[in-house]
Design a protein around this ligand. Structure first.
Ligand code: SAM
Length: 252
């Protein structure tokens, strides 16, 4: 296999292996859920919309907190797994751009590591319409590799793997949190209430590295194998430092 043959990121990537996604992605850290609780958005009885729900990494904790959840997921296999895993959720198989939603039907909308796949010109207006007048839109996204953490030997190896990659056209929305916050508020439908950054760490063994990196839409099989081999060379378990910025928006 050619190790420089990187994958072109595609939103359908996750649907190829829902159980791999479910097993490979670590859950969001408790500190993120604590922040959401402090913002008052995890109250029982609230109606939540989970956009790009995948296999339910946000749906599950929202249901556990007592919210009712409508989960929107375009991947048919992911949506099937989501419905099996969380029968209490209402699952809609659709893109956020196309889904039929009731007007002012939701107190909270969530996009958990999914907003970068969406067309904001379409989705922001739809989310605003679906939310109540004082509704909140919570957008977060884990960056797998905290740029402020010290460079670990494993991250050096990851950097080498990525550096060998042939350039590809990346369809995802890129840019940092400030740029995303500007894009989310540009249309005048939402205002930033708070930006909160959760930094967290996880220990991964070789199998854990392979399972997680295989969920990344821009990693080829050969690159995933190389990352697993790096973990093995470095003693079998590596500590990874991740960061999950949360942009909490209020409808205006
Ligand atoms: C990285 S996964 C995140 C899944 C889950 N929310 C989580 O936190 O782990 C991105 C998800 O966004 C979904 N997605 C991609 N394009 C989308 C769109 N236009 N509308 C809604 N969801 C989309 C994918 O199918 C995938 O389930």
């Amino acid at each position: 296999m050619d190790p420089s043959a990187a994958r072109v990121p595609h939103p359908g990537h996750f649907d190829a292996d829902p159980s791999g996604y479910e097993a490979g992605r670590p859950p969001y850290p408790d500190a993120l859920w604590a922040r959401l609780r402090a913002l008052g958005v995890l109250r029982p009885g609230l109606h939540a919309l989970d956009l790009g729900a995948g296999t339910g990494q946000a749906t599950g904790p929202l249901l556990t907190a007592g919210l009712s959840v409508t989960a929107v997921e375009p991947g048919e296999r992911l949506a099937r797994r989501l419905a099996e895993r969380f029968p209490a959720a209402r699952v809609l198989v659709a893109r956020a751009e196309d889904v039929e939603l009731s007007r002012a039907g939701y107190d909270v909308a969530v996009a958990a590591t999914s907003i970068h796949w969406m067309d904001l010109d379409v989705v922001l207006a739809r989310v605003r319409e679906a939310l109540t007048s004082d509704g909140r839109f919570l957008v977060w996204r884990t960056e797998f590799g905290d740029p402020t953490a010290s460079l670990t030997p494993f991250r050096e190896r990851v950097g080498e793997i990525v550096a060998r990659r042939a350039p590809v056209v990346d369809v995802r929305r890129r840019g940092g949190t400030a740029e995303l916050a500007r894009a989310l508020t540009a249309g005048g439908l939402f205002a930033v209430e708070e930006i909160d950054v959760t930094r967290w760490s996880v220990d991964l063994d070789e199998a854990g590295v392979r399972a997680l990196f295989a969920t990344f839409s821009d990693w080829s099989e050969a690159e995933v194998a190389a990352a697993g081999a790096a973990a093995r060379d470095l003693g079998g378990t590596v500590r990874e430092h991740y960061v999950t910025p949360l942009i909490a928006l209020r409808a205006i």
